[in-house]
Write a protein that binds this ligand. Structure first.
Ligand code: URP
Ligand code: ZN
Ligand code: ZN
Length: 462
C-alpha cells in the first residue's frame, strides 16, 4: 500500500464515515474501520475532514483574451489549484476564427503538456461554426471532450448567434455532449458599452453598469428556450443574479434539464467593489459583473435548495500592473476576468458551511461531486469510494486563514479577496495517489497531472 490515512473523518456528498483509507497505485483500495498492513506513507487526519478532491470545471489558463494572455499557465495555475484543494480542472480550449476544433484542442493539450501537477480536461468553446466544425463535434467527444461552450456575449470576438447555438446543441446532444453557455445579451451590451464610452463614462464601474442583470436574465432565458427547441440539456456558466436564476428555476420546475453554476466572487463580492478608488475597481472587471447583496443572498439560497448545482471559479487572472491598467480611461479595454482558483474550497467551506448557508454534504456536492457527474468524471472522481481515483483533500476546519496575494501561489499581482478572513485550511492534497501538497509544501513535479478523457454526458442528472 502506498498511503494509509488514519483517523479519517470522511465526508462525501451523501455519506459520513470514520476510519482509515488505503491508497495504492493511484486508486482508493480500501475503506475500513482499520486498514490492515503497512503503508509507505501514513497520514494522520485526526481533527480534520477528509473530502473528495475538489473539481473546478471553469478555468482559463494561458488564455489569449482581449489582447492579453491570462497570467497563470498550466504550471502555476495547477500548483495554485492544488494548494487550494483542487485536484482536477477542466479548462476552456478556445476555437479561433477559421480554426478547427481539433486545432483548439491540440493547442490547449500542448499548453498543458509537461506542466500540470493535477489532472485536467478540456471543454472546447465553439466560436466559428460551419458544417466541417459541426462534424468535428462527435470526433471531439471521442477525444474525451464531452462539453462545448458557446458565448452569447463578446460581440465581434467569441459571440455566436442563436442559429449556431441551436445547431451546436442538437449535434452535441446527439454525440453525448453537454453545451455550456455564457449568458449575456452581447448585442445590447455592445451598444451600452459604446454609449457609455461616448458619454465619458470610462471608469471601471461602468463595466458593471453596461452589463445589467436584465441582459443576463434575457440571454439565460433565451439560451434555455433554444435548448428546449433543440431538445437538449444546457448548462449556464457563472450565473450571477436573480433575473437569470428565475429562468433556470422555471425551466427546472417544468422538468427541463437546465443546470447552472455560480462562483465565489458572485457569492462574496458586490457592485460596491467597482467603486474602490485609484482604479482598483478594475480588479473586479469580469463578465458578467459583480451584482448586489440581494443577488448574493439569492445565490446562496439557490445553492442550498439545489437550484444551482456547481460552484466553480472562472479563474481568469490578469495582473493589475500592465494588464488591467490598459483600461485606464476606457473600461472596455480592461481584460475581463479575475483570479480565484486557489481560494474556492476554503472560501466556500468558511462562508458556506461554517456560516450555515450549506451543509457539509452539499459543500462536497457543489465543489466536487456534481461537477464530476455533469462533466463525465464520476465515479472515478467526485467521491471517496473503493475503486475511485485517490483524489483526496484533508482540511483543518479550525485553522484560520486570511486570503492574501502574499501567501497565494497564483501568478497574479492581486486577489479580489485580499484580507478576507475565515476558518478551514487545506492541509494535504492527494491527486491520483500522489501527495501534491502537504502542510504548505509542494511535493509534485510539473507534468505529473494526467489528461482526463471524460465520458459522454449521461442524460438527466439532477
Ligand atoms: O470575465 C470573464 N469571465 N472572463 C473569462 C471569460 C469568460 O467569460 O468566462
Ligand atoms: Zn464567460
Ligand atoms: Zn470563464
Amino acid at each position: 500500500m502506498d498511503i494509509k490515512i488514519v483517523n479519517a473523518h470522511v465526508i462525501t456528498a451523501t455519506d459520513e464515515f470514520r476510519g482509515e483509507i488505503g491508497i495504492h497505485k493511484g486508486k482508493i483500495t480500501e475503506l475500513a474501520r482499520k486498514v490492515a498492513g503497512k503503508a509507505d506513507t501514513e497520514i494522520d487526519a485526526k481533527g480534520k475532514y477528509v473530502f473528495p478532491g475538489a473539481i473546478d470545471i471553469h478555468t482559463h489558463l494561458d488564455m489569449p483574451f482581449m489582447g492579453e494572455t491570462s497570467s497563470d499557465d498550466f504550471r502555476t495555475g495547477t500548483i495554485a489549484a492544488a494548494f487550494g484543494g483542487t485536484t482536477t480542472i477542466v479548462d476552456f480550449a478556445i476555437q479561433g476564427k477559421g480554426m478547427r476544433l481539433r486545432d483548439a484542442f491540440e493547442t490547449w493539450m500542448n499548453k498543458a503538456k509537461g506542466k500540470a501537477v493535477i489532472d485536467y480536461g478540456f471543454h472546447v468553446a465553439i466560436c466559428d461554426l460551419n458544417e466541417d466544425v459541426l462534424a468535428e463535434i462527435p470526433e471531439m467527444v471521442k477525444e474525451g471532450v464531452t462539453s462545448f461552450k458557446c458565448f452569447l456575449a463578446y460581440k465581434g470576438s467569441l459571440m455566436i448567434d442563436d442559429g449556431a447555438l441551436y445547431r451546436i446543441l442538437k449535434r452535441a446532444d446527439a454525440s453525448g455532449a453537454l453545451v455550456m453557455i455564457h449568458a449575456e445579451n452581447g448585442d445590447i451590451i455592445d451598444i451600452l458599452v459604446s454609449d457609455m464610452i461616448k458619454n465619458g463614462k470610462t471608469e471601471p464601474k461602468y463595466h458593471a453598469l453596461s452589463r445589467p442583470p436584465e441582459a443576463e436574465g434575457e440571454a439565460t432565458g433565451r439560451g434555455i428556450a433554444v435548448a428546449q427547441m433543440a431538445g437538449a440539456p444546457i448548462y449556464i456558466v457563472h450565473l450571477t443574479c436573480r433575473e437569470a436564476l428565475e429562468k433556470v428555476k422555471a425551466a427546472r420546475d417544468a422538468g427541463f434539464p437546465a443546470y447552472a453554476e455560480t462562483c465565489p466572487q458572485y457569492l462574496l463580492l458586490s457592485y460596491k467593489n467597482y467603486e474602490e478608488p485609484d482604479f482598483n475597481g478594475a480588479k473586479y472587471v469580469m463578465s458578467p459583473p459583480l451584482r448586489s447583496k440581494e443577488d448574493q443572498a439569492a445565490l446562496w439560497k439557490a445553492l442550498q435548495m439545489g437550484d444551482l448545482q456547481v460552484v466553480s471559479t472562472d479563474h481568469c487572472p490578469f495582473n493589475f500592473k500592465g494588464q488591467k491598467e490598459l483600461g485606464r480611461g476606457d473600461f472596455s479595454k480592461i481584460p475581463n476576468g479575475a483570479p480565484g482558483i486557489e481560494n474556492r474550497v476554503s472560501l466556500i467551506f468558511s462562508e458556506g458551511v461554517l456560516k450555515k448557508r450549506i451543509n457539509l454534504h452539499r459543500f462536497v456536492e457543489v465543489i466536487s461531486t456534481a461537477p464530476a457527474k455533469l462533466f463525465g468524471m464520476f465515479p472515478n472522481k467526485g467521491t471517496i469510494a473503493v475503486g475511485s481515483d485517490a483524489d483526496v483533500v484533508i482540511l483543518d476546519p479550525q485553522k484560520p486563514f486570511t486570503v492574501s496575494v502574499d501567501t497565494n501561489h497564483q501568478n497574479v499581482d492581486y486577489t479580489p479577496y485580499e484580507g478576507l478572513k475565515g476558518k478551514g485550511t487545506v492541509e494535504t492534497v492527494i491527486s491520483c495517489g500522489r501527495i501534491v501538497v502537504d502542510k504548505g509544501k509542494l511535493l509534485a513535479e510539473p507534468g505529473t497531472g494526467h489528461y482526463i478523457r471524460r465520458k459522454p454526458f449521461k442524460g438527466r442528472y439532477m
